[in-house]
Design a binder for this molecule. Sequence first.
Ligand SMILES: Cc1cc2nc3c(=O)[nH]c(=O)nc-3n(C[C@H](O)[C@H](O)[C@H](O)COP(=O)(O)OP(=O)(O)OC[C@H]3O[C@@H](n4cnc5c(N)ncnc54)[C@H](O)[C@@H]3O)c2cc1C
Length: 323
Amino acid sequence: MAEVLVLVDHADGAVKKVTHELLTLARRLGEPSAVVVGPGADVTLDGLREHGAVKAYVVDGDGSGGFADHVVAPQVEALAAVVERSAPSAVLVASTPEGKEVAARLAVRLGSGLVTDAVEVVPAGSDLVTTQSVFGGSTVVRSRVTHGVPVVTVRPNSTTPEPAPAAGERVDVAVTLSEQARSTRVLERTAAERTGRPELSEASIVVSGGRGVGSAEGFGPVEALADVLGAAVGASRAATDAGWYPHQFQVGQTGKTVSPQLYIANGISGAIQHRAGMQTSKTIVVVNKDPEAPLFEIADFGVVGDLHTVLPQAVDEIRRRKA
Ligand SMILES: Cc1cc2nc3c(=O)[nH]c(=O)nc-3n(C[C@H](O)[C@H](O)[C@H](O)COP(=O)(O)OP(=O)(O)OC[C@H]3O[C@@H](n4cnc5c(N)ncnc54)[C@H](O)[C@@H]3O)c2cc1C
C-alpha cells in the first residue's frame, strides 16, 4: 500500500489535534507516515504512533539552526526530501496559513497539483477525490489531482481523530538546506496572549457572541457560559468589526472554521458567511430574541429570548448541577 505523508503541525513539543485528524484521514487513503520537521520529535512520536503513523520521518536540522527557526522554506525542502525518498501517493498538510504556504511551495517544487481547504478526501481507485466547501458553504466542489503527487491541505476539524496504534518506526532523514532556504530567519517571537480557554479551532465546545451582545462588556455573559463549560469563545464578524472582541476569534468564511461537538450561538443572525465557519458543528444551540433568525433553521435546540437574561440563568443552572 502506498504511503500517504502527513506533515506534523507541532510547537513546543505538542502536536496539534489537526495532525491526528490527518493521520486518521490518511489511513483511509493508504499507509500513513508522519513527517516531523524541526526539534521536538522525541516528545511527539508517541501521539503519532497512537493515531496510526506506520512510519515517522524525522528531519531535524543540518546544524544551521534553520529548522529551529521554523520558517517555511526549510520545511518545504525537508518535506520534498521525504517525498523523493518515499514516493507517496499523496501529501496531506493542515489548512493553516503556514500549512497552505508549505503546501503551495511543495506543489510547485514537485510539479504537482494542489488542492487547498479540503473538507473531505476519499479514495477513488488509485486516485483520491477531494471535497471543498466554497462561496460561504453554498457550493460543494469535488476535485481530482491529475498531475504529480497530490498535495492537499485539509481544514482542521474536518475529520474526527480516531486512535489506531501503529509501529511509528522512526526514520531519520538528513537534509542539507540550501542557502536560499536559510536566507530568512525568525529573529524574535512574541508569545500570543493566553486566555486560559481552549484554542478556538480545536475546542470541543464553542460559545459565540454576535451583534446581539450589544457591546464589548456584553461578551461578559458569553465568556461566563464558556468558562462553566470549559469552552472556547467565538464571535461573529459584526462583533469583531465593532471592536467588541479580537479578530482572531472570528468564526466564519473570513475567520476560523470550527466543528465542535457543541456550538452555542448567542445574538447571531445566521448569515451564510457565519454559517460557513460553524455549520458542521455536531450540535448547534441558538439563543436569539428574534424567532425568525435564520440560524434557527440549522439549530438542534433553540431559545427565543434575550441573551442577557438567558445566559446568566444557564450559567447558574450549570453551576448548580455541577455542585
Ligand atoms: C465577504 C464577506 C465575508 C464575511 N465573513 C464573515 C465571517 O467570517 N464571519 C461572520 O460572522 N460574518 C462574516 N461576514 C458578515 C456577515 O455577512 C454578517 O454581516 C455577520 O455575520 C452578522 O453578524 P451577526 O449575526 O452578529 O449580526 P446581525 O446579523 O446584526 O444579527 C444580530 C442578531 O442578534 C439578535 N439579537 C439582538 N439583540 C439580542 C439579544 N439581546 N439577545 C438575543 N439576540 C439578540 C438579533 O435578533 C439578530 O438576529 C462576511 C461578509 C462578507 C460580505
